[in-house]
Design a protein around this ligand. Structure first.
Ligand code: PBG
Length: 314
């Protein structure tokens, strides 16, 4: 076994997986007006997003994933601002697509940045209402598609939303727009820095998302979610989070020929950053090892906050 590990060239020659910039998807946060602050990543102005997308493409990154930070004054119980064609996300999508047409633009479909309660759906009488939420998600997806978004990525975990969004987009001339389904998204406690950055943490308070995001104790259910989303018309699938759910990523990638992506989420990224800051590990090495583990488990691409740094070093 050791002969093939004896020098760098033979290790490279027999390496089974490789991480390249084309494997990485860069998440970007956009806010109204000037860029301001940011915990896990900067909250950028629309101009800032265009510059970042240009730089990402030049480094070989194929796609960006855009998340809006919505002013509190625009948030409502039903999150209807998600379907306004002139909201900050739609404006950013249009600007990026006109300035950097050869980068893929992916947008999350879920209501949490737009709701006063921070839930991903319409919340009434103590529960998130499935079908009314799906109606709103259809409007959100159609609006994003019209603004030039290439891939809509429903991350809400409502039942039936993939088929409904496919139908709505097909009916509005957006047959070409792809759906990346967060098929198995777990009710994880690793989303904290993201929620702070988007501004949904304060709205959510002590509430949780356990009635729609998956129970971390379960795995078979993830494959049922995958089967349904494929049947409903998903073009690509996402497993989220990444490192604590590599078994789900592996099983999914074995079970389907569709491309399966994973999202290395904000809490996973911050754990590495903070541990490195304490001197417990070398960030670049540990981070690359984590990305390699995702590829080994079958991820075709990885959404990750360090995409630019890795692309630069590669
Ligand atoms: C919203 C959404 C979340 C993330 C991506 N889209 C948060 C949540 O579900 O509460 C988390 C990503 C991260 O932590 O990096 N639907």
């Amino acid at each position: 076994m050791r002969r093939r590990r004896s020098s760098a060239w033979v290790r490279d020659l027999v390496a089974q997986t490789v991480v390249t910039p084309a494997d990485l998807i860069l998440p970007i946060f956009i806010c109204e007006g000037k860029g301001q602050g940011g915990i896990i990543a900067p909250r950028m102005s629309v101009d800032g997003v265009v510059t970042a997308a240009k730089e990402a493409r030049a480094l070989g990154v194929c796609a960006v994933m855009l998340f809006p930070v919505i002013d509190d004054t625009r948030k409502t119980e039903d999150g209807r601002h998600c379907a306004d064609a002139d909201n900050v996300l739609c404006r950013a999508v249009a600007e990026v697509k006109s300035a950097v047409p050869d980068i893929g633009v992916i947008c999350d479909v879920a209501l949490d940045p737009y709701t006063t309660h921070g839930q991903d759906g319409i919340f009434r009488d103590g529960r998130v209402i499935n079908d009314e939420t799906v109606d709103m998600l259809q409007r959100q997806a159609v609006t994003l598609a019209a603004s030039g978004c290439d891939i809509v990525a429903p991350s809400d975990m409502m039942d039936g939303r993939i088929g409904a969004i496919r139908t709505a987009m097909d009916g509005s001339g957006a047959q070409h727009v792809m759906i990346l389904s967060y098929a198995a998204k777990y009710a994880s406690s690793l989303y904290g820095p993201f929620r702070d950055n988007v501004g949904s943490a304060a709205c959510l308070g002590a509430a949780d998302k356990l009635s729609y995001q998956m129970d971390p104790r379960n795995s078979c259910e993830a494959l049922d979610e995958v089967t349904l989303d494929i049947a409903e018309g998903a073009d690509m699938l996402m497993i989220k989070p990444a490192t604590a759910y590599l078994d789900i990523l592996y099983r999914t990638s074995q079970a389907t020929n569709l491309p399966v992506f994973t999202y290395h989420v904000s809490g996973e990224y911050m754990m590495l950053k903070e541990a490195a800051k304490q001197g417990y590990l070398d960030f670049d090495k540990a981070y690359m090892e984590v990305l390699q583990s995702c590829k080994r488990a079958g991820a075709r691409a990885i959404v990750t906050y360090g995409a630019m740094d890795v692309a630069r070093s590669l």
